[in-house]
Design a protein around this ligand. Structure first.
Ligand code: NAD
Length: 501
C-alpha cells in the first residue's frame, strides 16, 4: 500500500480519498512520485452527477447577486492562498513560480468576471411588440454541466469554466488532468469556503472512464473541454451524439511572422518568452517563426542564439529560473523524439538542448531550449504540435507566402505579426484564418471579458471559452411573449399568422 498522500474527489461538499484505482503524480523537477491521484470509476462519477443534480433546483433559484457574491469571496481567497496554490502547480507541472502566479492571476480574472454575472444575465426586453403585448428573452441555466481540463494550466483553465457556469445558476462536475490535480482540487475546496453550497461544484479525478461517463450520462447537459485535438474531436462527437451542448478546444501550432521592417531586437525578446516560457507547454506558445526575407531570418536566428545562451533552466522553485522541466517522463521522451526527427528531416539544429543536465536534479525531465533553422512545411516538426521548448524558423520571401502557409495549417489557434507597417498588420489581421491574432503581441490571449478560441481544428463547437461566450454557452435562451387581455372584452378567432402588419 502506497504511503504517498492521496488526491481524491470532491463530491457533495466532501473530500473522498478512497478508491480502488489510482496513479502516481510526479514532481517533474526531481522525477519522484510525490502523490497518488484517485481514478474515479463510473459509479463515483454517477454519484457526483447525482449530487450536482440534487443541488441544482435550489442553486438555480438563488438570487444571482448571492451567487455572484460567492465569486467575489473566492477571488479574495485565491489571492490569499496564491503562494500555496503556485507551490502546488510548480510541484506537479514544473513551471517556474512566477509563471504559475501569472496563470493563477489570469484565472482570478475569470472569477472576477463571473462575479458580474447578474449584469450579464439581465436579458432583453421589448414593450408593445403587438397590441399590449410585451416580449422578453431570459437566459436560463442548463442544469448539470461538466468540464474536462488539460495539464498545462491546472488552475487557470478550470477557472475559465466552472465560475461562470455556476454564477449562471448551473451545477458543475470538473474532471481535471490526472497529471497535476492538486491545485485544481484545492481551489474547489476554497470555493466551498467562499460559500458555494455542497454539490454545486464537484471534482472527480480520473481518466477515460470518468470522461466517458460524463459524455454519456443524460443528466449532464453541457460539456466544456480543453486539451489535445484528437481528444477534443472525440469529446465533441461523443457529446453531440448524446445530445449535449459541447465546446471542445484543441491543440495548436502558432506561427509568428517577422517582417523585414520589424524591430528585430524587441521581436526576439517577445519570441523568447512565447517559445520557451512554461517550457513551450502552452496552447498559445509560439513554436514557429516565419521570417520574411533571408536577412530577417539571419538577424532573428542570431538574436535568439544570443538570448538562449543567457537562459537559466532548472527547478521551477529555484529563484531566477526562466524555464523548468517538462511535465512527465513520457512527454519528455516525446519532445526529445521530435528534435531527433527534425534533424533526420534535414532542418538545421542551431541550438541543441538535448543532453542538458541540471546538477542535483539528474532525474528531472529537463530539456534545454532547442532552435531549428530551415524548417519547412511537410516536415513533422512543422506540422505537429510538439508542446516543448522547440522553436523552428521557416524562411519565406513575402508576407503573402507566410499567410498562405499559416492558412494551410490544420490548426488556427493563435498567430502574430511583428512589423511597423500598419497596412501589412491590417491586411494580416483582416485575412488570416486564425482565431486569436497579435500585432507585436506574441501571446494574444484575450482578457477575461473577451472570449478565447481558435479556428480550424483548434476548436470544435460554436462558442469560444470564457468571457461573453461563456454566458451564452452555459445558458439557454427562453423568449416569453405576454399579454393580459382586458377582462370581459370578447375577442374573435384570428386565422392569419400574427404579425405587425
Ligand atoms: P489531453 O488531450 O491529453 O488531456 C486533456 C483531458 O482529456 C485530460 O483531463 C485527460 O484526462 C482527458 N483525456 C485524455 N485522454 C482521453 C481519452 N482517450 N478519452 C477521454 N478523455 C481523455 O491534453 P493534455 O496533454 O492534458 O494538454 C495539452 C493539450 O491541450 C495540448 O494539445 C494543448 O494545445 C491543449 N490545450 C489547448 C488549449 C486551448 O485553449 N485550445 C488550452 C490549453 C491546452
Amino acid at each position: 500500500m502506497s504511503q504517498l498522500p492521496t488526491v481524491g474527489h470532491l463530491i457533495g461538499g466532501k473530500i473522498i480519498t478512497t478508491g480502488d484505482r489510482a496513479q502516481d503524480v510526479f514532481n517533474p523537477a526531481t522525477g519522484k512520485a510525490e502523490k497518488r491521484v484517485l481514478l474515479a470509476p463510473k459509479a463515483t462519477v454517477e454519484e457526483a452527477i447525482a449530487n450536482a443534480q440534487a443541488a441544482f433546483p435550489a442553486w438555480r433559484n438563488t438570487p444571482p447577486l448571492k451567487r455572484a457574491r460567492v465569486m467575489s469571496n473566492l477571488k479574495v481567497l485565491l489571492e490569499k492562498h496564491a503562494e500555496e496554490l503556485c507551490a502546488m502547480i510548480t510541484a506537479e507541472h514544473g513551471k517556474v513560480l512566477s509563471d504559475a502566479l501569472g496563470e493563477l492571476q489570469r484565472g482570478i480574472e475569470n472569477v472576477e468576471y463571473a462575479s458580474y454575472a447578474p449584469e450579464l444575465l439581465k436579458g432583453e426586453h421589448s414593450k408593445n411588440v403587438g397590441p399590449a403585448i410585451d416580449s422578453w428573452s431570459e437566459f436560463q441555466a442548463l442544469g448539470v454541466t461538466a468540464g474536462i481540463t488539460p495539464f498545462n494550466f491546472p488552475a487557470m483553465v478550470p477557472l475559465w469554466m466552472w465560475p461562470m457556469a455556476v454564477a449562471c445558476g448551473n451545477t458543475f462536475i470538473l474532471k481535471p488532468s490526472e497529471r497535476d490535480p492538486s491545485s485544481t482540487l484545492r481551489i474547489a475546496e476554497l470555493a466551498l469556503e467562499a460559500g458555494l453550497p455542497p454539490g454545486v461544484l464537484n471534482v472527480v479525478n480520473g481518466d477515460k472512464e470518468a470522461v466517458d461517463t460524463l459524455l454519456t450520462d443524460p443528466r449532464v447537459k453541457a460539456v466544456s473541454f480543453v486539451g489535445s485535438t484528437p481528444i477534443a474531436e472525440y469529446i465533441y462527437a461523443e457529446g453531440c451524439k448524446h445530445g449535449k451542448r459541447v465546446q471542445a478546444l484543441g491543440g495548436a501550432k502558432n506561427h509568428a511572422v517577422v517582417m523585414p521592417d520589424a524591430d528585430v531586437a524587441n521581436a526576439v525578446s517577445a519570441l523568447m518568452g512565447a517559445a520557451y516560457g512554461s517550457c513551450g507547454e502552452r496552447c498559445m506558445a509560439i513554436p514557429l517563426v516565419v521570417a520574411v526575407g533571408d536577412a530577417t531570418a539571419d538577424a532573428v536566428i542570431e538574436g535568439l542564439k544570443a538570448e538562449i545562451a543567457k537562459m537559466k533552466v532548472g527547478p521551477g522553485t529555484a529563484p531566477g529560473m526562466d524555464m523548468g522541466p517538462l511535465v512527465t517522463k513520457p512527454h519528455f521522451e516525446k519532445v526529445k523524439g521530435y528534435v531527433d526527427q527534425g534533424v533526420k528531416e534535414g532542418a538545421t539544429l542551431v541550438v541543441d538542448g538535448r543532453g542538458l543536465k541540471v546538477a542535483g536534479h539528474e532525474d528531472g525531465y529537463y530539456l534545454g531550449p532547442c532552435l531549428f533553422d530551415n524548417v519547412k512545411p511537410g516536415m513533422v516538426i512543422y506540422q505537429e504540435e510538439i508542446f516543448g521548448p522547440v522553436l523552428g524558423v521557416v524562411r519565406v520571401k513575402t508576407l503573402q507566402e507566410a499567410m498562405d502557409m499559416i492558412d494551410a495549417h490544420e490548426y488556427g489557434n493563435g498567430t502574430c505579426i511583428f512589423t511597423r507597417d500598419g497596412e501589412a498588420a491590417r491586411y494580416f489581421t483582416d485575412n488570416i484564418l486564425v482565431g486569436m491574432v497579435g500585432v507585436n503581441v506574441p501571446l494574444p490571449v484575450p482578457v477575461a471579458y473577451h472570449s478565447f478560441g481558435g479556428w480550424k481544428r483548434s476548436l470544435f463547437g460554436d462558442l469560444h471559452a470564457y468571457g461573453p461566450d461563456a454566458v451564452r454557452f452555459y445558458t439557454k435562451r427562453k423568449t416569453i411573449t405576454q399579454r393580459w387581455p382586458s377582462a370581459g372584452v370578447r375577442e374573435g378567432a384570428v386565422f392569419s399568422f400574427p404579425s405587425s402588419r
